[in-house]
Design a protein around this ligand. Sequence first.
Ligand SMILES: [Zn+2]
Length: 330
Amino acid sequence: MSGLDTIKDQPAVRRLESLLREGVLPHALLFTGMEGTGKFSAARMLAMALNCRRYDSEPNHDRARPCGACSACRKIRAGIHPDVLQIQPTRSFIRIDQIRDLIHAVSLKPYEARCRVAIVSEAHRMNPEAGNAMLKILEEPPEQTLIVLNAPQTSDLLPTIVSRCQHIRFHPIARERLAEILVEKHGVAPERAQVLSAAAEGSLSRALAMRDAHFEQRRNALIDIFDDLTQGPVARRLAFAEILAADKEMLEKSLEILKLYMRDLVVSRFQPQLIVNRDLAARIEQDSRRHRLENTMRMIEAVERAQKRIRANANSRLALEAMTLEMIDA
Ligand SMILES: [Zn+2]
């Protein structure tokens, strides 16, 4: 068990497995993709595969299938292997001291590993000094060491860093697969898993965060307000814009929730089995008859316009007011 079974259908994982089997791993890898798509798990799997003790007694054992049970595998999984170094931002940045410590560590022989692995999470948060120091490591790769940098996208990093790493892209996890993972590995009830996976847009960590944050309660509250809104006076709609704008952290998620619900109102008319908010199937079926189709379509467009403006750093309050003013179902 490599711990990678959950994301085994990622093309990135298959590529890593073939690099392991062929024994052609480079000195440095760059994993890109949004959070929750398995970048860290994959880096840890590499560390296990490179150091699994099982290969000592069974040299022909599949190089991409670490045992998960030997002392090396267990230490790596528990995050306590002395030669698997994990670097992540402290407060907002990865600072030069952290990379200096890394430079020192990789100048020594590994304690017990065949191949030391340094995993740099959120590498795009290296400040300029740290980035330049990292570049030095990449220019003169240390012996018996694999460096894995994780970041959302290549454009977030210095081009000189990107060019010295083999780049492997992690895709969002497919909706159905994500639902399966939630059920099988995290004990989420199947119906709830469908809802969370649809709203999490391919990120396991996002789905788990929503599970813990009582996502459904928030969603239901938003839908209640929305339903009330479309028939109500303008003042109420502007107040809704204000409520949404006030919670900056949740804003994007709230708009996504509204959009998914409206999408369900449309889908429910044609293929009710394809709605995302399956736990609300009865309500959505009723609501979809109450809202006019063309109005719902128009409101979805209004939400998308607001999302675009907010992402382009427009004044979010104004963008939301424009959106809620279009939310009329008359
Ligand atoms: Zn092992």
